[in-house]
Write a protein that binds this ligand. Structure first.
Ligand code: AMP
Length: 450
């Protein structure tokens, strides 16, 4: 299949020709007709697979010339970096057509952007917050939007943009095509799809169901969080074998909780990355893991997506992914460059169903290892493991994952005063010459040294 086999116009083919692109990537090939048909779709594709052209080619192909100034296509992305990147890609494609593209994002002068909007445009690329502000100021009219693209839906929700997205849905015309792209399928993405979209067609480049031969996969049945901590501690004690270990957890709170528990036992050996950590912190943690300063890195599925680290000896799945594709992505981080890798999966009783789905996707059973008799089985349960208490409906109470994460920049120095803790904490710290809780100690330590 070549681009010339798709129903593209000459100006688009010429633009692709100038770029030197002749063959569509798998996601481009698969998304073209469904997007062109005007139906709602969800594309599961990672950055680097050509996903931007996958939705932009069919959109540009069917966009008619118009003199009206209100945008007809809205592309929402989570970060300003992505706004810039997507605008660049659209400009490359529209070299020979008269499409007016504008990118806007927060943290910059809104008046300049209002002026640019006033000049008229066809396609608007924006972060959610700035889009909403512009729409509220009435400079931006959304009544002509026919197509809504949301790129990196998983990251968007992970950063706490769910409420902002819902507010935007409210002010968009009801009659529109929705095109969503996400790299990972998560619980939050699934919930958004069910709550706001009518059974969108799902397009994904088939994740290979056969894992590479050189990943040695094993699993344990482990009843709960604290027993999982005991087992992982036992495994990690062998630092010769467990030399460079990437630990996956499904969500941020779990990442922090696991870090707090393991950091006490393996001080200065562990880093943690998720979207509530600043970009700077994440960058330093990844660097320390890459260089070997940290032996262990704890990461959420979404944050680990962009990681490109070689020689990981073990991937430990602290929980069993609800979506089997995520398991494939996780274990693919080890056993790279023809090296032998290992993956260990922990599953509780509740996670047996997900385990079954993973094994069905791979068409193989993961060998079960016997739970070591000398590792303590804990009966203590964390909040999520306790039986659910029924609560009266309270519309004012937001779920934790809905609360906004921090911005992508560091705090200004005047705002960065740290909580010193209460009197008790300070006294304990004085008495024992160290803080009682370790918190971001590793981060502080790295900073102090510089
Ligand atoms: P994306 O996944 O949209 O971030 O795209 C990744 C990179 O691949 C971008 O720099 C694109 O310009 C490039 N690209 C997109 N489609 C193709 C193609 N069919 N052949 C070669 N490169 C492509």
């Amino acid at each position: 299949m070549r681009f010339s086999d798709l129903n593209l116009s000459t100006p688009l083919l010429n633009a692709l020709d100038d770029l030197g692109f002749t063959i569509p990537t798998p996601i481009q090939e698969q998304a073209f007709n469904p997007v062109a048909s005007g139906k709602d779709i969800v594309g599961i594709a990672q950055t680097g697979t050509g996903k931007t052209f996958a939705y932009m080619l069919p959109i540009l192909r069917h966009m008619q010339f118009s003199k009206q100034d209100n945008p007809r296509v809205l592309v929402l992305v989570p970060t300003r970096e992505l706004v810039i990147q997507v605008v660049e890609e659209i400009e490359k494609l529209s070299k020979y057509i008269n499409t007016r593209v504008l990118g806007v994002y927060g943290g910059t002068n809104i008046n300049t952007q209002k002026q640019a909007v006033g000049e008229g445009l066809d396609i608007l690329v924006s972060t959610p917050g700035r889009l909403y502000d512009l729409a509220m100021s009435r400079v931006l009219q959304l009544k002509s939007i026919q197509k809504l693209v949301i790129d990196e839906v998983d990251v968007m929700l992970d950063l706490g943009f769910r409420h902002q997205l819902i507010n935007i849905f409210d002010i968009l015309p009801k009659q529109r095509q929705n095109i969503l792209f996400s790299a990972t399928m998560t619980h939050d993405v699934d919930a958004l799809l069910n709550d706001f979209f009518k059974a969108p067609k799902r397009i994904s480049i088939a994740v290979s169901g056969t894992p590479v031969d050189h990943i040695n996969q094993t699993r344990y049945n482990v009843p709960n969080f604290y027993t999982k901590v005991n087992l992982i501690t036992h495994l990690l004690e062998d630092s010769e074998i467990f030399n460079k270990v990437l630990i996956f957890v499904a969500y941020k709170r779990m990442a922090d909780r696991l870090f707090e528990n393991l950091d006490k036992i393996f001080p200065n050996e562990i880093g943690v990355i998720h979207s509530n950590k600043t970009q700077n912190y994440r960058f330093q943690s990844i660097e320390a893991f890459e260089s070997g300063e940290y032996r262990i890195l704890i990461a959420t599925d979404i944050m680990a997506r962009g990681l490109d680290i070689d020689h990981i000896t073990h991937v430990i799945n602290f929980d069993t992914p609800e979506f089997p594709e995520n398991y494939m992505h996780r274990i693919g981080r080890t056993g790279r460059a023809e090296r032998q890798g290992a993956s260990i999966l922990f599953s509780s009783d509740k996670e047996q169903e997900s385990l079954g789905q993973i094994e069905a996707l791979m068409k193989m059973n993961i060998p079960l290892l016997e739970f070591p008799s000398f590792v303590e089985v804990s009966s203590e349960l964390i909040e999520e493991e306790r039986p659910e208490l029924k609560e009266h409906y309270n519309p004012l109470k937001h779920k934790e994952e809905d609360s906004p994460g921090p911005a992508f920049h560091e705090k200004k120095s005047k705002n960065s005063k740290e909580n010193q803790g209460g009197k008790y904490r300070r006294e304990v710290a004085k008495k024992y010459k160290k803080p009682k809780t370790r918190g971001d100690k590793n981060f502080n330590r790295r900073h102090k040294r510089k």
